[in-house]
Design a protein around this ligand. Sequence first.
Ligand SMILES: *[C@@H]1O[C@H](CO)[C@@H](O)[C@H](O)[C@H]1NC(C)=O
Ligand SMILES: *[C@@H]1O[C@H](CO)[C@@H](O)[C@H](O)[C@H]1NC(C)=O
Ligand SMILES: *[C@@H]1O[C@H](CO)[C@@H](O)[C@H](O)[C@H]1NC(C)=O
Ligand SMILES: *[C@@H]1O[C@H](CO)[C@@H](O)[C@H](O)[C@H]1NC(C)=O
Ligand SMILES: *[C@@H]1O[C@H](CO)[C@@H](O)[C@H](O)[C@H]1NC(C)=O
Ligand SMILES: *[C@@H]1O[C@H](CO)[C@@H](O)[C@H](O)[C@H]1NC(C)=O
Ligand SMILES: *[C@@H]1O[C@H](CO)[C@@H](O)[C@H](O)[C@H]1NC(C)=O
Ligand SMILES: *[C@@H]1O[C@H](CO)[C@@H](O)[C@H](O)[C@H]1NC(C)=O
Length: 846
Amino acid sequence: MFYTSINNRIALVTCILACFCCVQSLKYQYESSFTPNHIQYLKNETRLLFKHAWSSYMQYGFPADEVLPDTCEPYGPDYNNVDNVVRNDALGNTSSTILDNLDTLMIMEEWEELERALEYLKSEEKTLFNKDTIVQVFETTIRSLGGLLSTHLLLTDVTKGNKILPSRYQKFKEISDNYDGFLLNMAYDLGLKLLPAFKTSTEIPVPRINLAKGVLKVPSNLQKETCTSGAASPVLEFTLLSKLSGDPQFEYYSQLTFWKLWSSRSALDLMPMSIDPIANKWKDQITGIGASVDSFYEYAAKASILFNDDYMWHVFKTSYKALLAHSVQGGGDNEGVMIFGNVGVNDGSLASIWIDSLGAFWSGLQVLTGQLQDAIKTHLMYLKLWDHFDSIPERWNFLLNKSQLENDDSEAIMLEWYPLRPEFIESTYYLYRATRDPMYLQIGARVLELLQTKYKTICGFHGLQDIRTGNFQNRMETFVMSETLKYLMLLFDADNEIFLHTSMMSNKNWIFSTEAHPMWFDKRLDPYNFTHSRSADKQNMGTLKNSLFAKMKSKFSRSKRKLTTADEKTFYRNITTPRVITYEMPGIIENGDIHKIDPLESKFDKCEVNVFNNKPSMLTVSGYYQLSSFFYPDHAFKYSLIKPRYLSKSALDGSCVELTPSFLRIFAMSGPDNTTKYHHQCPRTSTTTYLELVLGNIEKAQSVEISRLKYKRKQPTEYISLQEDDLWVPDFSSIRLKIEKLSSGLIDSENMLITDSFIQSIRVDDYNAEIGMSAANQSVSTTKDISLVLRIKKINGISVKPGQVVWTLPFEINTSIIGDSSIGVASDNRVVLQGNVVENLKVWYG
Ligand SMILES: *[C@@H]1O[C@H](CO)[C@@H](O)[C@H](O)[C@H]1NC(C)=O
Ligand SMILES: *[C@@H]1O[C@H](CO)[C@@H](O)[C@H](O)[C@H]1NC(C)=O
Ligand SMILES: *[C@@H]1O[C@H](CO)[C@@H](O)[C@H](O)[C@H]1NC(C)=O
Ligand SMILES: *[C@@H]1O[C@H](CO)[C@@H](O)[C@H](O)[C@H]1NC(C)=O
Ligand SMILES: *[C@@H]1O[C@H](CO)[C@@H](O)[C@H](O)[C@H]1NC(C)=O
Ligand SMILES: *[C@@H]1O[C@H](CO)[C@@H](O)[C@H](O)[C@H]1NC(C)=O
Ligand SMILES: *[C@@H]1O[C@H](CO)[C@@H](O)[C@H](O)[C@H]1NC(C)=O
Ligand SMILES: *[C@@H]1O[C@H](CO)[C@@H](O)[C@H](O)[C@H]1NC(C)=O
């Protein structure tokens, strides 16, 4: 009923029957109405959860770093074992929960608790970081340094000069008025302690530091590997610290690292994930968007916003385009789900078959950078994971097939824990702000319900040690409050009552740091104009700053000491080499009838908004029920979306968030009588398979021209075969193709049944094909499989839409490399690949 537009297609199934996760017989505590009152209730409940976690910490954990939620004990570093980095990296015996949650206290409007925490920190101003503990520079930067900088900004630059403050913020104003800037002093002190890690001869920081005793007191075995995120991301907090404190050295050293890493990227514009900072060497040749490299992209985008930095924006755009070209799995747009896999940085070949829990942040970043359609597709996969696991596995296998499953059904969940990470709810928050679609509130309500009934424990919240068995872990990391509960609260702030969403913040370029600390910067905050300035000699600082940055620039141009590549063998590469004949382009572009649009670059021309196109009269309808691919992942990944056995027994067994009866009744546009409400139809999963083909030298992929054609005037008759929106790819010398294999009886990715007559209509009978221009009249040997037709779905990361034709110029094949039957051109200008006609690739003879 929802898919009238595709009713002419033949392959429809009833989604509910085909959705593998649903159980309809649940009792729900609430109706999913999302009226203002209901949303207020969800906010209130979230606040209660925060109060529970916070008071547990203050009563049983404080002043240690954390509280253990099951046993109500304080928790800090493992003093007996310095090698226990999993535990020690984020714990410095520095009351980390406090440092990470000062701004959470403001968002939750816990003003008395905020006063108490500030009082404690004031009393520890000079001593808090004088601890003989080894911490990770990155974790300490994002949790503690970021928390201090954010709170400093919030206390100095929100309520000041605000005459018409809502009465609920009077206490906030009072606290701000009494604040003397000491948190910036503490941030400066912590920054000075972390900075020596950056002063290496390679310009890449060592990963760890002893807070009291410095970098030399860290055993060298702990310093041999740092990840790209860890080395590059401090650039945001450090640059902000320099700008607020007036001391340029934090900015100088962290920027040096950032730009060195970027200049050491691969020819495909991809960044490996780990580094040996002593040997000046990459340690792997793999990249993705999840653990170890995630916040590199995040901070390129966010630093560009914070510091109005075009170079940083260029880094983000270039990276995003490279990831679209090489990392995104699957054939094309219509599959409706985007999975950014891990790939080799040198050839873009798939390097692992999992995505991770941290990668769920990516759709939030996509929203922030204007890529809303992509964000929805990326988020959809994580929604389906949450449906099945009530959580997101640390690593999940997206390529599991049936034969693997029969051997070992644990293969679906490759790393089995879920420590209540925030990334999925974070992205849900961004998507709700961008679309206001009720589905995101529904997801939030579901997460809230699980936090209340499943993850809440005596002294806080515990996540899962093993998603497969449901065993909990006795740990509550600081991000449970500072991110998971914070983003949930902000998601439910539909009426913009929390000060971050009010006009108090609307004139600021604020972003959330990777640890959900709000940050912003502008000229008014310049240290030369800063009232709480320390005793730094501002005159000297200016001179120092100039000379430091001059030094940085000369260093870049002089040394060019990039990281060396890893020792591993390069990946296998499928290279055939069609040589492009360079001659004058057949006048189509020059004459002004057509102009060309770069499909990837134009993605950044404007932010996509309101993609669901909800009309005012349809405000109670979720746009999700109009997505033809809404249930695609349930089918496509049915062998690894396997609900653990224990979950199907309990009351909250992970039944589909999007198919909750009360939500469906209101937001799924049910029919007039109740009997039709579950008859939602959706396309059946395609049964075609894909092949991936690399032509030429893939390292040049970023410079290959791919354009969309646009007629400026009425289309001249001589170009009648070139349609508006066709793709123009004159040079096939560096191309990654995702090709769908079509044969009779299969259902394709456009939900069409492939028929014999379709195959016959595409087939070229004569096969008296020409190869290119110069070797014309050579006969291509007969096809190997005449029932097979190929269709390009993607070309260097650009989806080829139904009906779009990819045009290229005549090319010549070096037959001594690939054999004379590999590529040819049929009489109707279609390209023939190894005897199989490509439906949508044609040669333009002008
Ligand atoms: C939410 O809490 C406030 C007080 O904190 C209360 O006044 C209000 O009635 C509550 N709303 C709902 C819907 O529970
Ligand atoms: C941890 O910090 C507290 C002060 O907050 C201090 O009393 C204690 O000695 C520290 N523990 C260690 C082992 O350094
Ligand atoms: C399924 O997995 C097995 C084991 O990894 C592999 O050998 C086989 O080729 C896979 N089959 C398909 C259809 O991908
Ligand atoms: C100093 O701050 C004030 C407002 O706080 C602003 O008007 C002024 O432009 C700032 N001066 C500089 C040099 O940035
Ligand atoms: C490249 O081609 C070879 C031989 O046709 C094939 O075995 C291999 O799987 C292909 N590799 C990739 C990465 O597609
Ligand atoms: C549909 O269900 C609602 C409650 O679930 C009920 O009030 C209503 O009468 C039903 N309508 C029809 C036509 O059966
Ligand atoms: C192709 O063959 C036709 C006849 O078979 C001939 O007239 C034509 O000249 C040939 N073209 C070239 C480029 O050799
Ligand atoms: C064709 O490829 C062979 C083998 O790589 C090479 O020796 C030859 O120079 C190539 N010919 C042309 C015309 O590029």
